[in-house]
Design a protein around this ligand. Structure first.
Ligand code: URA
Length: 253
């Protein structure tokens, strides 16, 4: 790495740490430590259930089963070729969602923006970079969670999706949730909140309190683009971090 590259890396690290500080993050969890901690929790559970250490862990670690894999393939194909609403005419790429299909934590946003439409990946623009930092502050990586949107194609000029577009697209998110079975969902912004917690009032009223969707706890919080639009407002960042701390507590329970 040359000097310029090192300086660039250090600037990025500084930005990241400043953002964590603004959120109100008090300490960082090193990913290896988190893995060790969950491993030892697992071991404790095993030894409680079974006194013979030679008999533990006989169950193979299961990932996505063949059947689920087939369902995922079908679902992603349906999303990629979808023409259920007029948004297919203006999209560049469909953005089905990405991440761990067995994730315990799922984030649901509104709809792809310009960058997402160009890349076919969710939350990769400015708001996405903030979301990535929030996920990292939680001691996780993007590949350990699942990130999806209510709408899979970009509405022109990033306008709010229309009710008929949400209705046409809804089976996809519903199926994703059914397949992933996350332990917690974070609803990012009003469109996701209205989808998962119908009848919710304003964001300021609902954020920070768990609701429920199909038996899954849903944490409503501000959309990362609201954080982008209010860049200098540390209070909003702190509120989002408070919400994420509740999510982490639930995940650890
Ligand atoms: N905003 C969203 O709601 N979703 C994205 O994927 C990007 C920006």
């Amino acid at each position: 790495m040359n000097d310029q590259e090192i300086r660039k890396e250090l600037d990025e690290l500084k930005n990241q740490l400043t953002f964590f500080q603004d959120l109100g993050v008090e300490f960082l969890i090193c990913p290896e430590k988190r893995a060790e901690a969950s491993l030892s929790k697992e071991k404790m559970r095993e030894s409680k259930n079974n006194d013979n250490p030679l008999l533990v862990n006989l169950e193979p670690v299961t990932g996505v089963t063949d059947n689920e894999e087939a369902e995922w393939d079908k679902l992603i194909h349906q999303i990629m070729v979808c023409r259920f609403c007029p948004l297919y005419k203006t999209r560049t790429k469909v953005v089905p969602g990405e991440g761990d299909r067995r994730a315990r934590l799922m984030f649901v946003g509104e709809a792809p923006g310009r960058d997402e439409d160009l890349q076919g990946r969710p939350f990769v623009g400015r708001a996405g970079q903030l979301l990535t930092k929030i996920i990292q502050a939680m001691g996780l990586s993007r590949s350990q969670v699942y990130i999806a949107n209510v709408i899979k194609c970009r509405p022109p000029e990033n306008r709010t999706p229309k009710p008929e577009e949400i209705k046409a697209c809804s089976p996809y998110l519903l199926k994703q949730i059914e397949l992933i079975k996350p332990k917690v969902i974070v609803a990012l912004g009003k469109v996701a909140v209205d989808f998962l917690l119908p009848g919710a009032k304003s964001m300021s009223e609902v954020r920070g309190n768990f609701g429920e969707f199909s038996g899954i706890p849903v944490m409503p919080t501000f959309h990362p683009s609201y954080l982008v639009r209010n860049e200098g407002n540390k209070e909003i960042k702190k509120m989002v971090w408070e919400d994420m701390k509740k999510v982490m507590k639930l995940l650890e329970s």
